[in-house]
Ligand binder design. Structure first.
Ligand SMILES: C[S@@+](CC[C@H](N)C(=O)[O-])C[C@H]1O[C@@H](n2cnc3c(N)ncnc32)[C@H](O)[C@@H]1O
Length: 320
């Protein structure tokens, strides 16, 4: 077993957690603390996005050896499930996660189930994208990047999609798992998901970062709501909030963050995309869909970097 490649040290992870808490907007910080990995493993078995199946690569994806790079592998099971169709071509698998325990848990599951060589990179695949690009770029094989379980929907779209695109070489592929809704019937998907996000079941994992910071969270203080994504047409965003029932002091390493009674902290955001509109949406963000699989509640979209100024001509590099 190779030692981890550590791009993001615990000190930097702690500093970033403090910043997210101070901004009252947690993203990767939801996966913080000693118990987040085991709690995620528990909830992922019943999570709305859990059902996956093997995908085939498109006809232009060659026959050469592949390196699978799982960006946020979670339990590792999704990686095992989606790669069954091209397993023979895989030379190695890389688990990239901001939480070391999550990367290790996933790597063990993937190793056990596939028998492949699995490496871990401890990094924030967004904030550490430049170093990560160099790291995976140095590996000789064509890459298949995975970003599954709706992770792509947890961040502002122009931010995460431009970074994912920047991690792709010309011959590489990116497999995205994206939650879907049917136009005119959005409430059928979004209302149950709102209830799920604020449920005791989800909060056992979703608020575990607060326990890791010394605050005992009470799930009844969680709430969620959905709206149109103000930045992306055809995209709905669900946000989950925690309201502090009294004054709280959160401890992160040696740093403290004070929160007042009644203050709200956004602990999650998640997006759902209009079924039938995803290809055009991804094209606007510089990704060409080569193949897709509709699994009902979510779709799997196999993408390739599209040319700048390509067919639609609508993609523009975001400002730094
Ligand atoms: C929603 S879970 C999805 C897990 C898995 N892919 C699945 O399909 O079930 C998000 C995963 O990404 C990781 N993660 C979240 N934000 C991250 C970031 N910015 N950089 C690296 N890993 C991140 C989490 O630790 C977790 O493993």
């Amino acid at each position: 077993m190779q030692p981890d490649r550590i791009i993001r040290t615990q000190d930097v992870i702690d500093d970033d957690m403090v910043r997210q808490l101070m901004e009252r907007h947690v993203d990767s910080g939801q996966y913080y603390g000693a118990h987040a990995a085991e709690k995620w493993a528990g909830i992922s078995a019943t999570h709305p996005m859990k059902s996956l199946q093997g995908v085939s690569l498109d006809a232009d994806a060659g026959t050469d050896p592949l390196c699978v790079v799982d960006l946020g592998p979670g339990s590792g099971k999704p990686c095992v499930a989606v790669t069954t169709g091209f397993r023979d071509r895989i030379a190695r698998i890389v688990c990239v996660d901001v939480l070391p325990a999550m990367a290790h848990q996933a790597a063990q599951e993937i190793r056990n189930q596939t028998g492949k060589t699995v490496q871990c990179i401890i990094a924030d695949f967004l904030r550490d994208a430049d170093e990560l690009r160099r790291e995976i770029g140095a590996l000789p094989e064509r890459k298949v990047l995975l970003c599954l379980g709706g992770t792509v929907g947890n961040f502002r779209q122009r931010y995460i999609l431009s970074i994912l695109r920047s991690l792709l070489g010309e011959r590489d592929r990116l497999l995205l798992g994206m939650g879907l809704y049917a136009t005119g019937r959005e409430k059928e998907v979004l209302d149950p998901f709102v209830r799920f996000l604020a449920s005791e079941q989800n909060c056992a994992f979703g608020l575990s970062f607060l326990a890791a910071c010394g605050h005992v969270p009470e799930y009844r203080n969680a709430s969620a709501a959905w709206e149109d994504d103000p930045e992306e047409s055809g995209v709905k965003v669900v946000r989950g909030y925690y309201t502090f029932p009294g004054p709280a002091v959160l401890t992160v390493g040696r740093q403290l963050v004070a929160c007042a009674q009644g203050e709200q902290l956004q602990f999650v955001e998640s997006r759902r995309y209009s079924r039938g509109g995803v290809e055009a949406f991804l094209q606007r963000h510089g990704l060409a869909v080569r193949a897709s699989t509709d699994l009902g509640i979510q779709g799997l979209f196999l993408c390739q970097k599209s040319e700048e100024g390509s067919a639609t001509g609508t993609w523009q590099a975001p400002q730094a």
